[in-house]
Design a protein around this ligand. Structure first.
Ligand SMILES: Cc1cc2nc3c(=O)[nH]c(=O)nc-3n(C[C@H](O)[C@H](O)[C@H](O)COP(=O)(O)OP(=O)(O)OC[C@H]3O[C@@H](n4cnc5c(N)ncnc54)[C@H](O)[C@@H]3O)c2cc1C
Length: 409
């Protein structure tokens, strides 16, 4: 694909972004080195052996835009699996099932670990509760009613219980001061089951937790109008062309363009004192370079559907994006600039009177909120020249912040 990458460049990008500078970074550094070697070496063949292939377009996520020795990817590195998340999981699930059939693996669903058993200074097993059977759909919160107990012993115990993104109390408790105050309104990129509970349980058993403050959030989060779980946030995968304004109407400074530096952007937006920003784009931009994260939002890639995929180059935005434009509470749509600004003003009722001083002929905009816990935010909309104002069917969400017009061009 013409991308000139190398192990050295990947290492430079990774280490510049990670900023390993603490004593406890010893193991994360070793892990990063090992992963980089794997990625530059056997990884592609290893994935192919398992039937995993890629959509032949590489995205340039987190490009940073600072100097070569600061945060960001120097080259595009974001690969999309053909079939998205389900296709990554499939070969591993198949293998586990084969193991179950062969008697090598025991899968204990609805068994919740509540304690690590420590004997003579070593973790030798787990104890917990058996939860009542559940028919909850994927992502829906299932019952936590305990109907029994269990205890298991093993020669090695590895905790792989995931992150904290579904537990906003924990996210707030670990929120680092350098990111500004934690937003009051967080969305979740993960279901409630990602509760971070095992972190405390592991610590009680003697585990050393490190780098809890080094959390990752996306600023480009929007409320999923059709949520799979409570507070479900979807991330916009933006191209660089959208105009991004903070809540007060000021354009974000370089290099805080969409998709360049999510934490840097969040820090900057938090300093405005408001929790939303404005992501402004035209219909042409939305069709060309606006995508949404998540397997449901990309049915062509997830379903390996070439006919649906071909529609990406046809006029109009893909159906999931159109659905967000129509139904997403974060989207506002207008066909004339003054109507767009009126809609933005309506969302910022405490703002001093604002008059249009832009000379742009037509823009589409949406408000955006700065956060989502494990990724999310608010966003945009589009318009076509010569038509009259419209808003998304859900209307403009009520907001209390101010919007100040940008200077005349
Ligand atoms: C919005 C979003 C977008 C992302 N995009 C990408 C991407 O594009 N590319 C990428 O590579 N990564 C991406 N990630 C990151 C990636 O999805 C996660 O890093 C990965 O899924 C974490 O996997 P895990 O196995 O560590 O944890 P999980 O998938 O959370 O699995 C943890 C498991 O442990 C179980 N568990 C937890 N507590 C207990 C307990 N007490 N007892 C028993 N079982 C327990 C849970 O039920 C769960 O099955 C994204 C993440 C988010 C949120």
């Amino acid at each position: 694909m013409g991308v000139k990458a190398s192990l050295e460049l990947a290492r430079q990008d990774w280490f510049a972004s990670a900023g390993f500078d603490r004593t406890e970074d010893y193991r994360p550094t070793r892990w990063a080195e090992a992963y980089l070697n794997f990625a530059a070496g056997e990884k592609l063949a290893w994935l192919r052996e398992r039937g995993i292939t890629f959509f032949p377009v590489v995205g340039w996520a987190e490009r940073g835009g600072y100097t070569a020795l600061q945060h960001g990817n120097s080259v595009p590195r974001f690969h999309i699996v053909w079939g998205t998340g389900p296709a990554i999981l499939e070969p591993f699930i198949t293998r586990v099932r084969e193991g179950v059939r062969a008697g090598l693996v025991t899968a204990l669903h609805r068994h919740r670990v509540d304690e690590l058993i420590v004997e003579d200074g070593a973790v030798v097993g787990v104890r917990g509760g058996r939860l009542v059977a559940s028919t909850a759909a994927r992502g829906q919160a299932s019952s936590r009613e305990v109907v029994g107990a269990f205890e298991l012993r093993a020669s090695a115990v590895i905790v792989t219980s995931g992150g904290i993104g579904g537990n906003h109390d924990l996210v707030r408790a670990q929120w680092p001061a350098r990111l500004g105050p934690a937003p009051a309104n967080l969305l979740s990129g993960v279901p409630a089951s990602v509760d971070g509970r095992m972190l405390g349980i592991s610590e009680t058993a003697g585990a050393r937790l490190v780098n809890g403050d080094r959390m990752w959030h996306y600023t480009e989060g929007i409320v999923n109008w059709d949520p799979v779980w409570a507070g479900h946030g979807i991330r916009i995968l933006p191209g660089p062309s959208s105009l991004w304004l903070d809540a007060t109407g000021k354009r974000l400074p370089a290099p805080l363009f969409p998709g360049f530096d999510t934490l840097g952007t969040m820090e900057r937006l938090a300093r405005t004192g408001y929790e939303h920003s404005w992501f402004i784009l035209t219909q042409r931009i939305i069709e060309k370079e606006f995508a949404l994260s998540g397997s449901e939002q990309n049915p062509d890639l997830t379903g390996k559907d070439l006919r649906l995929l071909a529609q990406r180059v046809a006029p109009g935005a893909p159906a999931p994006i159109e659905a967000f434009k129509d139904k997403g509470e974060d989207f506002g749509v207008a066909d004339a600039l003054h109507e767009l600004i009126a809609g933005m003003q309506q969302r910022s009722p405490k703002c001093p009177s604002m008059r249009s001083r832009w000379n742009g002929r037509w823009w589409a905009a949406t408000g955006s909120s700065t956060t989502r816990s494990a990724r999310t935010r608010r966003s945009t909309r589009s318009g076509r020249p010569g038509t009259t104002a419209a808003t998304g069917s859900s209307g403009w969400p009520a907001r209390t912040s101010c919007l100040i017009p940008p200077p005349a061009r």
